[in-house]
Design a protein. Structure first.
Length: 308
């Protein structure tokens, strides 16, 4: 029997099944990361339910405590997940109180430093040094290759199914994973466009690895209202890397100022994002919560189910 323990955590409702593969046999560790198994686990009707599986592996860099592998609900792999890394930091620190409050976690976007904040002895929130935003088309990546060294800042892009009279203005940013940010007039429009244009923007030919699609509106109080269509997941209640990319896009387009903390409001709650004045780093601060722990028999997985 391939019975595997998991811990379900969430950051602002963006929920994940954390599985520590270091405690499993090599066969079970490989099995829980198979795309078909991930899809089954994340299915909210036929499985446990979640926006993804976060598989913990041995660290790959000196000083790191673990490696986080991000597996989306459709079985695909993402380089990085902002809400996910906060959940992993909570899982690791709550599971081993001897660890320091400053943790380094390896990711597909490189090692990232996390500072945990405790309430009554457990992790309540986490501040993550998200590293340098990648701004050129070649880094994101975004086609055409002839413009690889250029930035896409409020650049016009035609999106299939868009009823707008003209192309949307898109700002592209990579936080180790690609993002395409579109600013609109108000939050209601952002939600509508995320639902109707999100799938087409995710799979747009300009993004060879697909992209996360952000639809954002600047609020009168200076906050950013944001809805994200996540690559491989669809609309989620929150997206940490999307909030960071949107804050960067707001600064690049003159809608906000770098060097000050920005509030990014998502359907599941708010994140605090600070873009360094020289764009050399981004700090993300937000909560991480335990939902429940459980055990699942992977031998019961229905591998015949396919992603939608």
């Amino acid at each position: 029997m391939a019975s595997v323990r998991f811990t379900k955590l969430h950051g602002l409702g963006n929920d994940f099944l954390v599985v520590d593969t270091r405690e499993l046999s090599p066969d079970d560790a490989a099995l829980v990361q198979e795309p078909a198994v991930v899809r089954w686990l994340c299915d909210r009707q036929f499985g446990v339910g979640g926006d993804g599986v976060l598989a913990l592996l041995a660290p790959t860099t000196t000083g790191a405590v673990a490696t986080m592998r991000v597996l989306n609900a459709d079985g695909s792999e993402a380089e990085m997940c902002g809400n996910g890394i906060r959940c992993v930091a909570k899982f690791l620190r709550d599971g081993d109180p001897s660890l320091d409050d400053h943790l380094v976690i390896d990711t597909g976007a490189g090692p990232l430093a996390c500072q945990v904040w405790l309430v009554d002895g457990v992790v309540d929130s986490v501040t993550v040094d998200m590293g340098r935003p990648r701004l050129t088309r070649g880094e994101i990546p975004m086609l055409p290759e002839s413009l690889a060294g250029d930035r896409s800042v409020d650049a016009p892009l035609l999106i299939d199914g868009d009823r707008a009279a003209s192309a949307r203005l898109v700002t592209a940013v990579s936080m180790g994973n690609p993002h395409a940010v579109v600013f609109v007039d108000d939050a209601a429009v952002a939600r509508h466009l995320a639902e109707t244009l999100g799938p087409a923007l995710e799979t747009h030919a300009a993004f060879p690895r697909k992209t996360n699609a952000e639809f954002a509106a600047m609020a009168p109080d200076g906050a950013i209202d944001l809805v994200v269509w996540e690559r491989g997941c669809g609309i989620t209640l929150a997206c940490g890397t999307g909030a960071c990319a949107t804050a960067v896009a707001a600064c690049l387009t003159g809608r906000a100022q770098p060097g000050v903390e920005l509030t990014v409001r998502l359907p599941g709650g708010s994140l605090a994002i600070t873009v360094a004045a020289d764009y050399s780093a981004i700090a993300m601060r937000g909560p991480a919560r335990l939902a429940f722990t459980g055990e699942v028999d992977l031998d019961r997985c229905d591998r015949s189910r396919r992603p939608d």
